[in-house]
Design a protein around this ligand. Structure first.
Ligand SMILES: Nc1nc2c(ncn2[C@@H]2O[C@H](COP(=O)(O)OP(=O)(O)OP(=O)(O)O)[C@@H](O)[C@H]2O)c(=O)[nH]1
Ligand SMILES: [Mg+2]
Length: 430
């Protein structure tokens, strides 16, 4: 297998850059570039790094001999000055060693998976941690990396493997009063497992929404002050504001961090009847965005009569806000704010933050990807159909598919595990 290397730290021009090397040539390359003979494992050493008689840099080097490394293979790290010529010099030098090449995207983590250092949910957690922009996203990624999802799925695969083993045994050594499909004892276990998985899936997709960001749509009549509010929330001029009604046409998004939760707020075209083709398309987009938003903010101009079109879209996912409080008017309900004087803004912001936070309340780890959700749904379908299977072999087949589906989430279900369990749990001479 090739030895792979890559710049592990971010872009060029940084105080320190880390270049990581993994594979059987990592240690020989380190020794050749530094002249060291036997570096202490996992100890940083200051060394001159040279190649072909020319010095590349003076930096720290660390050797992580297999298997106690990130990938499980021999790994070497070079901590250099983060300049282009330095990094390029080292990458070129590494490329000149036999069987050494630049790593593909994700290849270090892939090797860690292949060497059993991580399961697939762990690998996904690393990607999520790198992408995390808010505290709650970071916490979710870290707890997934710690195995919050793996533990649940491993427990389920263990239980299901046991059930399947018993079912296989029932087929192999049938009792005289062998039931047609699956025994009552196993039925109970399967039913309980299916109920637990259904319960785990009934989480309002909070894990996935935390990764993707909660979708909030600002809606209201033209000139209600939607773009003004978006700019205030984003603390920058994202959308054009003008006294002319019908200014905003496209959906304009800003990514915010509200109380540690990621939120994508969308400003939309003002809702009204119009003969103008472009404005009408803008309004269509506004309505589409409103209908798939997790939370809507319905804006009403305090100084104007209540807009019926917007009012009709208010539901239990909507926060009602009256704008331009500085100009007077009497709001009927909701929050009254003035973006210009900032009156009422704190109250509105706390309400919005609390509504956002409420979307993420729930106990325990939640699936963080559609991939997890699809696999679990497939498992539930087959667990349920095993209960109704007319023949023991068909029940076993359903259980096997369900086991494969759950196992695919961590990528760690092997027939071997299953056989082990069969031999461990039964006396074969039964
Ligand atoms: N006095 C006062 N004026 C405001 C306030 N918020 C917005 N405005 C004004 O209201 C007008 C319309 O604001 P916009 O933010 O462009 O309104 P909009 O809802 O985005 O309008 P469309 O894009 O046309 O649908 C602008 O002249 C703003 O300056 C406020 O709190 N107080
Ligand atoms: Mg606007």
């Amino acid at each position: 297998m090739d030895t792979i290397f890559a710049l592990a730290s971010g872009s060029y021009r940084s105080g320190v850059a880390v270049v990581r090397v993994s594979g059987s040539q990592a240690l020989p390359a380190l020794l050749s570039l530094t002249g060291l003979s036997a570096p202490d494992p996992r100890h940083a050493l200051l060394a001159d790094i040279s190649h072909a008689g020319r010095r590349i840099d003076r930096g720290l080097v660390i050797a992580f001999p297999a298997p106690a490394s990130f990938t499980g293979d021999d790994v070497v790290e070079f901590h250099l000055h983060g300049g282009r010529a330095v990094i390029d010099g080292l990458l070129a030098a590494l490329g000149s060693f036999p069987d050494c090449r630049m790593a593909l995207p994700g290849e270090f983590t892939r090797r860690a998976f292949e060497n059993g250092k991580l399961d697939l949910t762990g690998a996904e957690a690393i990607a999520d941690l790198i992408d995390a922009e808010t505290e709650a996203q970071r916490e979710q990624a870290l707890s997934q990396l710690d195995g919050s999802l793996s533990r649940i799925y491993r427990d389920w695969t263990d239980r299901l493997a046991k059930i399947l083993a018993h079912q296989e045994a029932d087929i192999e050594f049938p009792d005289d009063d062998m039931p047609t499909g699956i025994s009552d004892v196993l039925k109970n276990d399967v039913g309980a497992l299916a109920a637990e998985i259904r319960n785990h899936l009934d989480d309002k997709r909070r894990g996935e929404r935390l990764r993707d960001g909660l979708r909030v749509a600002i809606i209201g009549a033209p000139n209600a002050g939607k773009s003004t509010l978006l700019n205030a929330l984003a603390h920058r001029d994202v959308a054009i504001v003008s006294a002319e009604a019908g200014t905003t046409r496209d959906v304009i998004e800003a990514h915010l961090n509200l109380g540690g939760y990621p939120v994508i707020v969308a400003d939309t075209a003002g809702l009204r009847d119009t003969a103008h083709v472009i404005e009408a398309e803008g309004i269509r987009r506004a309505q589409a965005r409103a209908s798939d938003a997790d939370i809507k903010i319905a804006l009403f101009d305090s100084t104007a009569p209540v807009d019926a079109q917007t009012r009709a879209l208010v539901d239990d996912k909507t926060i009602v806000v009256y704008t331009k409080r500085d100009l007077g008017g009497t709001p009927r309900d909701g929050y009254a704010v003035s973006v210009h004087t900032e009156e009422g803004m704190d109250e509105f912001l706390s309400a919005l933050t609390a509504t956002v936070a409420a979307q993420f309340t729930g106990k325990g780890a939640s699936p963080t990807r559609q991939r997890h959700r699809s696999a679990l749904s497939e498992a539930v379908v087959h667990l349920e159909s095993s209960l109704a299977a007319p023949l023991p072999e068909l029940a076993a087949e359903d259980l096997r598919i369900a086991l494969g589906a759950i196992g695919s989430i961590t990528g760690r279900v092997h027939v071997e595990d299953l056989l082990d369990r069969i031999f461990r749990d039964f006396c074969i001479g039964k």
